[in-house]
Design a protein around this ligand. Structure first.
Ligand SMILES: Nc1ncnc2c1ncn2[C@@H]1O[C@H](COP(=O)(O)OP(=O)(O)OP(=O)(O)O)[C@@H](O)[C@H]1O
Length: 461
């Protein structure tokens, strides 16, 4: 039995995960053509495909001849089916044909609307994939190109309104892309029935708190609660040096703070979450191991008695950003680089103190400022400063100094799973180093991390 989630009720091309490494790329390619598409596990049933308004089915198989089992009555639905690689072989075999397929795109059975396709090894880099997918989607499935972020916003706004009625919704807002876009979208739908809680744990970057307050409180005029929990977090972290323990303390304290604040509110029935499509796909395709468990608001306890609202769960990250821009969120939020939940807490190595947080915050700001001035801010995936627990000897104002070393990290990556260090031009690095050592107290040395992932990780803790 498949538990295909019903994400969006409208005509769609369903991509069935039959083991292809390109299945997400295929789904996105279809959406870029203006046609809505969803990726489902191979356990999806024909019944489900029909009820989710599939107008085309793609059996996205890989080069290996993995034959997954599939509900073959999907071939009787009268919906065009395109098999890719082992997906194509599956169709041919199922209908008793020889598995010799022509190169490229071919028709297996015109009357039954069955098609097959072979990919070039470098499908990602060529137009090969896109052109053929487009032919299938537009000419064979005869879809209308009506999918856009405006359509998504309209659909979700309607859905939220009818789900919530005159009741109230709570949103834990981090200032990150996902929760910010969720808040803006729900606010568009139900205005004052939404309340956002933003926890300032003192581990945020320079100007971040101001930017969040300004956007959501001053510009959007949301019911916005900022909780100043800086002392509370710092007290709990006093004397703690172990990275795992630090993460745990920050996570738990977040839950306590959030619990306390939400208990002060009355009549809340719903909790909004920034679950996105990657969270859903990663937590359950049937051809792969589970990569990570389902997204959960900072690990909130399961027994919280809220119904969930997850309006972004059908969207890829770049679509989430597009929705955010469409809703009027500022670029610094929409294009915010990934930032860990425990914030600067994992960028100050060893014990966290206010002084160390100030140092890393200032150094990080200078790095970000110079990267932006050099026009590299959209090019580099993630870049930040770290404060290792190291002091070294230097010279300042012609006197010996014994001060901190700051580490700089900048990486290129697609999904954070692997990363390569960014070749930032020397003169820019020099400028950053000079500014940090002159503008930030207690820093007399700057080092640049030239380790990839693996063997390093992106963050240092
Ligand atoms: N400081 C905070 N104040 C309020 N809510 C927070 C805070 N930090 C995290 N959250 C909540 O926990 C969720 C998960 O946090 P996590 O750090 O894993 O971010 P994420 O998955 O990248 O999402 P986002 O892009 O919204 O930060 C956030 O979406 C948000 O709802």
């Amino acid at each position: 039995m498949s538990t295909a989630p019903l994400l969006i009720e409208q005509e769609k091309i369903v991509v069935i995960d039959f083991g292809s490494k390109y299945n997400q790329l295929i789904t996105r390619t279809i959406r870029e053509l203006g046609v809505y598409s969803e990726l489902h596990p191979h356990t999806v049933t024909a019944e489900e495909l029909k009820s989710m308004q599939a107008v085309g089915i793609i059996l996205a198989g890989g080069e290996k001849e993995d034959m997954f089992s599939i509900d073959s009555s999907l071939f009787d639905l009268g919906i065009p089916v395109l098999g890719i690689e082992s997906g194509a072989q599956f169709i041919v075999k199922h209908f008793g044909g020889a598995s010799e397929l022509l190169d490229g795109f071919s028709s297996i059975d015109e009357e039954k609307q069955l098609y097959g396709m072979r990919l070039h090894p470098d499908a990602e880099k060529t137009d090969n994939l896109k052109g053929k997918i487009q032919h299938f989607v537009e000419d064979i499935c005869e879809t209308n190109a009506s999918w856009s972020m405006q359509t998504l916003i309209e659909i979700e706004v309607e859905k939220i309104r009818s789900q919530v009625g005159d009741r109230k919704v709570l949103c834990a807002l981090s200032g990150g892309v996902d929760s910010s876009v969720v808040a803006a979208l729900i606010h568009r739908a139900i205005g004052d029935q939404l309340t956002c809680i933003f926890v300032d744990h003192g581990l945020l970057r320079k100007f971040e708190v101001e930017s969040v307050v300004d956007t959501f409180s001053n510009q959007f005029h949301m019911n916005f609660i900022k909780v100043d929990a800086r002392t509370r977090f710092l007290d709990k972290l006093k004397g703690v040096t172990d990275p795992e323990q630090k993460r745990k303390i920050i996570g738990n304290e977040f839950i306590y703070v959030f619990d306390e604040e939400s208990a002060k509110l009355e009549g809340i029935d719903f909790l909004a979450q920034g679950t996105i499509y990657a969270d859903i796909i990663e937590s359950g395709t049937a051809t792969k191991e589970v990569i990570k468990s389902h997204h959960n608001v900072g690990g909130l306890p399961e027994d919280m008695e809220f119904e969930l609202i997850e309006p972004l769960k059908a969207l890829f990250k770049d679509e989430v950003r597009a929705v955010g821009a469409e809703l009027g969120l500022p670029s610094e939020i929409v294009h915010r680089q990934p930032f860990p939940g425990p914030g600067l807490g994992v960028r100050v190595l060893g014990e966290i103190t206010e002084e160390k947080l100030d140092i890393v915050r200032e150094a990080d700001w200078i790095l970000r400022d110079e990267i932006a001035k050099a026009g590299l801010d959209r090019e580099i995936w993630q870049y930040f400063a770290i404060l290792p627990d190291i002091r070294s000897v230097g010279v300042r104002n012609e006197k010996r100094s014994y001060d901190y070393a700051v580490g700089l990290r900048a990486v290129h990556s697609v999904d954070g799973m692997t990363a390569d260090w960014a070749r930032i031009p020397w003169d820019i690095l020099e400028k950053i180093s000079t500014r940090i050592t002159t503008e930030v107290d207690h820093v007399n040395r700057v080092v640049y991390d030239i380790t990839g992932k693996p063997p390093g990780t992106i963050e240092w803790e």
